[in-house]
Design a protein around this ligand. Structure first.
Ligand SMILES: Cc1ncc(COP(=O)(O)O)c(C=O)c1O
Length: 347
């Protein structure tokens, strides 16, 4: 097939295989659904809309609400159907993409699809942020550095001082540091002050995790207005559907409804960590996100053993340095009980 650019010959599907299971702990979704009362409000809003009309060009209505919620200028916000799409847009626009290894796979996936040069710097011992190696890599021609914090898939939270050093280098060398805060609500961290003070830093956030809206597909970038206008040019017009907009506006009217859900997830995360720490051969790593990375003697055996008991987790042993690892999303108390009971019966 010669219709496509040659680099696309190497593009692979996103590494996700759907498996049906009673207890689904594989995608770091919220274990609790969007609150019923808010669903009813969103449906009423949706009914009142004219479905024959296009939605706003770049979700201006949602961006106005987000600007208020985030304390960020509306011109500096880009909304897309999932932060994945913003990763792709950033990778398309970037001269090069840099991240850590391991890291959330779509930074590399986006760069590969876009044909953008890609490099990764391995994490240090105990999944430490390799600050000096990243600073050295940033001596080269500028590009976009993606940094998930809390980190995916390890769950490790990097220190503000370390991120600040990367941000300072981004400014010196005119890189864009994108701090991916998909999981910040579970860590209580916030990179907005850094991005406010430094136009070479942007913050990527999503409605998929902390807002219980994984199925609705929406994510956003908070950036300096001139960065945001470039990224908006890489996102197609009218791409936030009217129904998504109705749901997001409803969520943004009731942010307080989600804080108790985050508190329950954090409490369950601590309980899961303590329960798995008592396992004779599994080693869970502390996490600031809504999942735990767990090292087992054999990831395939752990995955298969859990699936046989109706529990789906995600293997991570394809990453260098994560041999034997699986990733377990924090579920409801009953789901976590099932996971702990199944794990206790395995060696
Ligand atoms: C670190 C990180 N960034 C971005 C995403 C993608 O989120 P979205 O659902 O907004 O595309 C994920 C999804 O798992 C993630 O783990």
């Amino acid at each position: 097939m010669n219709a496509f650019k040659p680099h696309l010959v190497a593009v692979a599907d996103y590494p996700y295989a759907k498996v049906d299971a009673r207890v689904k702990l594989d995608q770091n979704e919220s274990p609790e659904d969007f609150p019923l009362e808010l669903k009813a409000r969103a449906l009423a809003r949706l009914e009142a809309l004219s479905w024959n009309r296009y939605p706003e060009l770049h979700a201006e209505d949602v961006r106005t609400a987000l600007a208020r919620h985030e304390g960020w200028p509306e011109e500096g916000i880009v909304l897309a159907p999932g932060s994945n799409l913003l990763v792709l847009a950033l990778a398309q626009g970037a001269r090069s993409v840099l991240d850590t290894a391991p890291a959330f796979p779509y930074y590399k996936g986006g760069a590969t699809a876009a044909g953008t040069p890609y490099r990764a710097v391995p994490l240090g011992d105990g999944f430490a942020l390799p600050v000096d190696a990243l600073l050295a890599a940033m001596e080269g021609p500028p590009g976009v550095l993606f940094l998930p914090n809390p980190h995916a898939p390890t769950g490790r939270l990097f220190e503000t001082e370390q991120v600040e050093r990367l941000a300072a280098r981004a400014r010196e060398r005119d890189w864009l540091l994108v701090v991916d805060e998909a999981y910040h609500a579970f860590a209580g961290t916030d990179s907005r002050p850094l991005a406010r003070a430094n136009p070479n830093v942007a913050v990527l956030r999503t409605f998929s995790k902390a807002w219980c809206l994984g199925g609705i597909r929406a994510g956003y970038l908070l950036a300096a207005p001139r960065v945001a206008s470039i990224v908006r040019a890489l996102v197609p017009p009218f791409c936030i559907p009217a129904h998504t907009g109705a749901i997001l506006l409803t969520a943004l009217e009731a942010p307080g409804a989600f804080a108790p859900i985050h508190a329950r997830i954090r409490a369950e995360r601590a309980r899961l960590l303590a329960g798995l720490a008592a396992h004779p051969s599994w080693k869970p790593y502390p996490s600031a996100a809504n999942y735990l990375l767990v090292r087992t003697p054999d990831a395939k055996a752990a995955f298969d053993g859990l699936v046989a008991k109706g529990i789906l987790v995600r293997r991570q042993d394809h990453y260098a340095g994560l041999e034997g690892c699986i990733r377990i999303s924090v579920g409801t108390p009953a789901e976590n009980d099932a996971l702990l009971a199944a794990a206790a019966a395995m060696r």
